[in-house]
Design a protein around this ligand. Structure first.
Ligand code: ZN
Length: 238
């Protein structure tokens, strides 16, 4: 394991064609707060979108690319295709995630097909190759890691980040998406603990639903963490 003391990842999840406008402004706000670009996880699906909308989506992503943001592939559609067969674990993961866990429990063939479809959408957006792949909600299947690493990019699990050559870094995640209001104070206490921890490279995974509701609390957490650690990109981890 690399010496990872003093680093953290600040990542923004779920940049999709439907959320692009609002997410883009959130991202700019965070950048002006921290003064630095950071990794953004992109849902590449452009099916059913007009060519105008696709070109706007592509332009925003290219603007991020040019501004030194790091783009990762975040699933294919971020919504499970319910006609695909899944293991019991897969069906359970869907029930926990409002069907967002699109790769959970898929067969080897379906997993590869969805991954290749995600790549196809990505190519249509005319971007540089993604730095890594993160399955929506981190629920996967036994084949996905190998399929992703074969594309020579980073694979992220809930608690680990894995390089294309198979090296892994422990990375606990702090996320507030889907957490009931009542338990949010607890989630922020946990967030403070994890982001301050010296073990591994903790990740702060921000989502569109966090804004504007949790914005001030999240900025306070970022401010505190930045005093202890420096932000890094996935590409610099290995
Ligand atoms: Zn997501």
């Amino acid at each position: 394991m690399a010496n990872s003391k003093g680093k953290f990842l600040l990542c923004y999840h779920d940049f999709s064609i439907d959320s692009a406008q609002i997410v883009f402004s959130n991202i700019q706000k965070i950048k002006s707060f921290t003064g630095k670009s950071f990794p953004v996880l992109v849902v590449p699906n452009t099916s059913n979108a007009s060519s105008l909308k696709i070109s706007e989506f592509s332009s925003m992503l290219k603007e991020l690319e040019n501004d030194n943001f790091e783009l990762l592939l975040h699933g294919c559609t971020h919504h499970a295709n319910l006609t695909q067969k899944r293991t019991l674990y897969g069906r359970f993961a869907l029930s926990l995630t409002q069907n967002e866990a699109e790769f959970a429990g898929l067969s080897e063939k379906d997993s590869l097909e969805s991954l290749n479809q995600a790549y196809q959408y990505w190519q249509n957006l005319d971007l540089k190759p993604p730095v890594g792949f993160v399955a929506p909600t981190w629920h996967a299947n036994p084949f996905l890691k190998k399929q992703v690493l074969k594309k020579n990019i980073i694979f992220e699990e809930r608690l680990k980040i894995i390089s294309p050559t198979g090296k892994s870094i422990y990375s606990p995640v702090v996320s507030f998406a889907g957490i009931p209001s009542l338990t949010l104070p607890l989630a922020f206490a946990y967030g403070n603990l994890i982001m301050g921890s010296k073990i591994g490279v903790p990740r702060l995974a921000l989502h569109p639903v966090d804004f504007p509701k949790l914005e001030s609390k999240i900025f306070a957490l970022i401010e505190k963490t930045i005093k202890l650690k420096k932000t890094v990109f996935y590409r610099d981890l290995f």
